[in-house]
Design a protein around this ligand. Structure first.
Ligand code: ATP
Ligand code: MG
Ligand code: MG
Ligand code: MG
Length: 479
């Protein structure tokens, strides 16, 4: 079943069950605590928090998501994308576990000819939170799942909270068993690669009090109105229904991947390392297209930095794969747009803008690489000649300061040559520069001069730090 068809079926199933179909919100989060939307519930957060009254009691959506914290997993696992789509159904005090669980099961297991996804129940496992006997009972008695197919999981896996006082509650997840060739027997507890997580059902049931952390916190009591928030990964379900080994080989991402292999003269499936790079390229180009289409521009901070990082990583991987410095992003952007246009027809109107932004970044980065690679090579050589394996912080700083090399690029290039980077000293130098700029800005301000240039510098200096955005986009509060 094609990805676009899976999305349509999901929405139409929940629409038939009384849910209002809500279009995806932009990837750029309205929520000031987030940069980019990492989960389907984000646009509904004000309803869950009781800050706004929802215009419907139940809703369903296919939400565009970006998970920056998964970037390093991309291509290495079978299931993590940077951009992905979350199918969801939501209840704002209307129904709870006793309906949400059977609904999810019905959709997943109803035969394809009857509008469902036709998954063999024998392939499915579920998890519930440690003390959620109620959910377990529904799975066993209302749905008929065998007790040995239900596993209990702890806070980390199966509990949702925003990390602050407010609603919280247990989760229950559905896993698909890909079979013995993918790992060991024993359910999701035993092997997260063989048993792939597809659907998370969150039961917002309690009110969380002040204090505590991920390992535990005070619960004030039951919520007066209990809510449902679910998230089913569209790409993961597509991998399952299309019978491919991972999300990168599904109908949409797979097209970008195979074109990248053609363009770089490589064969997907030949060498593990190359395969990972091809998956990274396919994922990153598609993600970049979706980010630019939603208005993100490459930059040195926040969402702009996420975009810059994934574009630059794509370019580097393409160069490594092809062994040349040929430009391939234009073609891969075109393939991504073509592959996604059924689900997002607006991409066609935005194609020129998307191409313009991505082409420019590719050219700029080529200049950066040309200038910086020579300096990098010399510094690496010096390090080795001195018998060391640590690339100095001051070299990394100079690359950053003079050539605009993001630290993660230096880290990657160093690792390729078996070197580590003195990151502590790099960060100290960055901090010194920031402090100096701040002091200068202050002095200028006292003199009533124009400080806008310094402000720009400060922003740039602060955020090229790779760790910057993962902090800013903590996902602890959007399971
Ligand atoms: P995992 O444990 O596999 O990393 P998760 O528990 O972090 O997944 P949730 O936060 O529960 O994922 O999100 C709900 C659903 O969204 C998941 O069950 C999965 O189907 C999908 N999903 C989550 N992260 C990704 C991703 N990086 N790429 C593709 N799909 C994802
Ligand atoms: Mg995860
Ligand atoms: Mg999980
Ligand atoms: Mg989960």
């Amino acid at each position: 079943m094609e990805t676009a068809e899976i999305a349509r079926r999901f929405l139409s199933f929940f629409e038939k069950n009384g849910h209002t179909v809500v279009p995806s919100a932009s990837l750029i989060a309205e929520d000031p605590t987030l940069l980019l939307v990492p989960a389907g519930m984000v646009p509904f957060k004000p309803f869950f928090l009781g800050q706004r009254t929802p215009p419907y009691a139940t809703a369903t959506s296919v939400q565009k998501c970006i998970r920056t914290k998964d970037i390093e997993e991309v291509g290495k696992t079978s299931r993590h994308a940077t951009f992905f789509q979350m199918l969801g159904n939501f209840s704002f005090g209307a129904y709870f576990k006793e309906q949400a669980i059977p609904l999810a099961w019905e959709l997943v297991t109803t035969p394809v000819e009857d509008g469902g996804f036709g998954i063999d129940p024998d392939r499915l496992w579920v998890t519930v939170y440690l003390d959620d006997d109620e959910a377990e009972q529904i799975w066993r008695e209302k749905v008929g799942v065998r007790p040995e197919r239900i596993q209990r999981m702890g806070m980390e896996e199966n509990y949702w909270s925003m990390g602050v006082p407010g609603p919280c509650g247990p989760c229950s997840e559905i896993f698909y068993d890909r079979g013995p060739e993918f790992g060991v027997e024993g359910g999701p507890e035993a092997d997260e690669n063989r048993y792939i997580e597809i659907w998370n059902l969150v039961f917002m049931q309690y009110e969380r009090g002040e204090g505590g952390d991920k390992s535990g916190f005070p619960i004030l009591g039951e919520l007066p109105k209990k809510n449902i928030d679910t998230g089913l990964g569209l790409e993961r379900l597509a991998a399952v229904l299309q019978g491919v080994d991972n999300i990168y080989e599904t109908d949409i991402i797979g097209r970008v991947l195979h074109r990248a292999a053609e363009l770089t003269g490589t064969r997907y499936g030949d060498k593990h390392e190359q395969d990972v790079m091809l998956r990274v390229v396919a994922d990153h180009v598609r993600s970049a297209v979706m980010l630019v289409a939603d208005g993100v521009k490459p930059g040195n901070e926040k969402a702009g930095y996420v975009l810059r990082r994934i574009l630059r990583r794509s370019i580097r991987n393409l160069r490594l794969l092809s062994g040349t410095d040929a430009f391939h992003l234009h073609e891969l952007t075109a393939v991504s747009i073509d592959a996604m246009k059924d689900i997002y027809p607006d991409l066609l109107d935005k194609a020129d803008v998307v191409h313009g932004v991505i082409d420019t970044e590719e050219r700029n980065f080529a200049d950066t690489l040309r200038a910086g690679t020579t300096l990098f090579g010399r510094a690496a050589e010096r390090t080795r000649q001195a018998g060391g394996t640590t690339f100095s912080g001051s070299d990394a700083f100079q690359l950053h300061d003079t050539y605009g090399f993001p630290i993660d690029l230096t880290l990657e290039m160093a690792a390729e040559q078996g070197l580590t980077v003195d990151e502590t000293s790099f960060r100290e130098l960055m901090q010194n520069q920031k402090n100096t700029a701040k002091a200068d800005a202050k002095a200028k301000k006292l003199g009533n001069a124009d400080i806008s240039l310094y402000a720009t510098l400060l922003e740039g200096a602060g955020s090229t730090d790779f760790l910057g955005y993962s902090d800013a986009e903590s996902e602890s509060h959007v399971k």
